[in-house]
Design a protein around this ligand. Structure first.
Ligand SMILES: [Zn+2]
Length: 92
């Protein structure tokens, strides 16, 4: 399995590229390309998903603290890619 941890450089990149679209960027489909366009925040408590796979990572891991806000919850990259809180039950 590939290591999907964020490097420090990736983290910096994420935090420096804020989404500028009106009404917010789309959160679907759940791909990395879409994730990278979202507005990331550093959140010390990490992902809101109680079943988050990222919660096994140490708090010092920068990737764990980079989340997006979705429906009032904080969603990490792993959960985003896994479709947590996805409302895309219908496509198009
Ligand atoms: Zn998560």
């Amino acid at each position: 399995m590939a290591d999907k941890s964020l490097s420090a450089e990736e983290a910096k990149f994420l935090l420096s590229t804020r989404a500028k679209g009106k009404g917010g960027p789309p959160t679907e489909p759940r791909t990395l390309a879409v994730w990278f366009k979202l507005d990331h925040v550093l959140w010390d408590d990490g992902c809101s998903n109680p079943n988050c796979v990222d919660n096994t990572r140490p708090r010092s891991d920068p990737g764990r603290r980079i989340v997006i806000k979705l429906d009032g919850e904080y969603v990490c990259r792993e959960c985003f890619l896994h479709g947590w809180l996805s409302n895309a039950t219908t496509q198009g």
